[in-house]
Design a protein around this ligand. Sequence first.
Ligand code: SF4
Length: 83
Amino acid sequence: MANRIEVHCTVSNCHYWKQGNLCDANQILVTNDRMAAREPDSVDAPQASRLAQTTADRCEATCCKTFVHQGSEKTGVDGVYRL
Ligand code: SF4
């Protein structure tokens, strides 16, 4: 069983966000902005072990690829779910 860490997030219009600025996704994928822009929505944390490694020079060049806008029909296309 994977270790569970507490992810704090302030992006309150994300499907996985919950009160207290916490992430309620079962897993997330943090990557650099270039990969996030290149890969489709179906590529996310469940595929992470098969993805190429990336680099970033600054925190501003990284992002949460698991973000899904609240109310979006794209929820669930990547195998990520709410806990
Ligand atoms: S999926 Fe990403 S953007 Fe959404 S609440 Fe979790 S950490 Fe924040």
